[in-house]
Design a protein around this ligand. Structure first.
Ligand SMILES: [Zn+2]
Length: 312
């Protein structure tokens, strides 16, 4: 660049500065820049944060529909997205089992962090298998615990964006009512089954909170995390249980490959009993846009419909 061009550029720059001064309208008209930029880990949390944040936030979900959070490894792009965010929302209780270190480092790097685990009453939490020192992370299947999660999100957003506090509280109030209606719907559908038929067998142990809240006995083929494979002894034990209890249907899960449940069905058949696959439950992820179960409320309603219709 020659001196003459530099001089000309300088003049243009000074002139522009004069023109734009402090009373000028902002050059950037992109309204998303004014919104709170949020990154949420799971599809359930992305949905919850979008509901509570409403117009004041943009939400990026890291995990898409059908993704298993127990096994999810954050990419370099995910980490960068979280570092640049205003707020990061995650479940905790080791749900995002491969991301613990990332969350620990995040808090010192800038974004505010909302951890759902921190807002839960410990006495309401179930043990992780037989280990009382850690807890089952699948809290969203008890709607009353998801109400606590909603409160935690509203409080956290108001701390990051105090001018939006009234909006977040209004969104929360409306959502708590919707969750109460959802809870009542699940209870009324569950009541269609006699108690002895309320037995839920699924691919992994995601439904213990559901079972406790709505009166189902729950068995998962894999443990609380999908991290460990089910052994042949697990398959055989569960097959015996299904035959003894004459259970009509077992269920695949949207975030777990169906082969384990199909193997269980085959093991039951080898013992001379037919159990059907009652459908697919949304376990650790919401449905996709075409599923008509792409929100938390639609998902838990779809689950209870699938369960009750198959076990009736
Ligand atoms: Zn799970």
């Amino acid at each position: 660049m020659n001196q003459k061009t530099k001089g000309l550029l300088g003049m243009i720059l000074s002139f522009t500065l004069l023109l734009t001064g402090c009373s000028a309208p902002p050059v950037n008209t992109d309204s998303s820049k004014d919104k709170l930029n949020i990154v949420a880990t799971t599809t359930m949390l992305a949905d919850l944060t979008a509901v509570i944040g409403g117009e004041r936030v943009t939400v990026n979900g890291l995990m898409g529909p059908g993704i298993d959070p127990h096994l999810y490894q954050a990419s370099a792009g995910d980490v960068s997205l979280m570092q640049k965010a205003d707020v990061v929302v995650y479940n905790g209780l080791h749900l995002e089992g491969k991301m613990g270190e990332i969350f620990e480092n995040l808090s010192s790097q800038g974004p505010a962090v909302i951890c759902i685990e921190k807002g839960l009453d410990e006495s309401m939490l179930l043990a992780w298998e037989n280990d009382n020192s850690i807890h089952d992370p699948h809290i969203w299947f008890d709607v009353s615990l998801w109400k606590d999660a909603a409160k935690t999100v509203a409080k956290g957003l108001a701390e990051s964006d105090p001018t939006g506090k009234a909006d977040y509280e209004a969104n929360l109030d409306a959502y708590l009512k919707e969750l109460d209606e959802t809870d009542a719907y699940i209870r009324s559908r569950a009541a269609e089954l006699p108690e002895s038929q309320r037995v839920l067998v699924t691919a992994h142990d995601a439904f213990q909170y559901f079972g406790k809240a709505y009166g189902f006995e729950v068995r998962g083929l894999q443990g609380i995390s999908t991290d460990a494979e089910a052994g042949t002894a697990d398959v055989s034990d569960l097959a015996n249980f299904i035959v003894e209890r004459q259970i009509k249907a077992i269920f695949v899960e949207s975030s777990v490959p169906p082969k384990t449940i199909e193997a269980l069905q085959a093991a039951v058949k080898a013992k001379g009993f037919d159990v059907s696959i009652g459908g697919e439950l949304y376990s650790d992820s919401l449905g996709d846009a075409e599923s008509e179960a792409d929100t938390y409320v639609l998902t838990v309603k779809a689950n209870i419909d699938t369960i009750v219709d198959a076990l009736k």
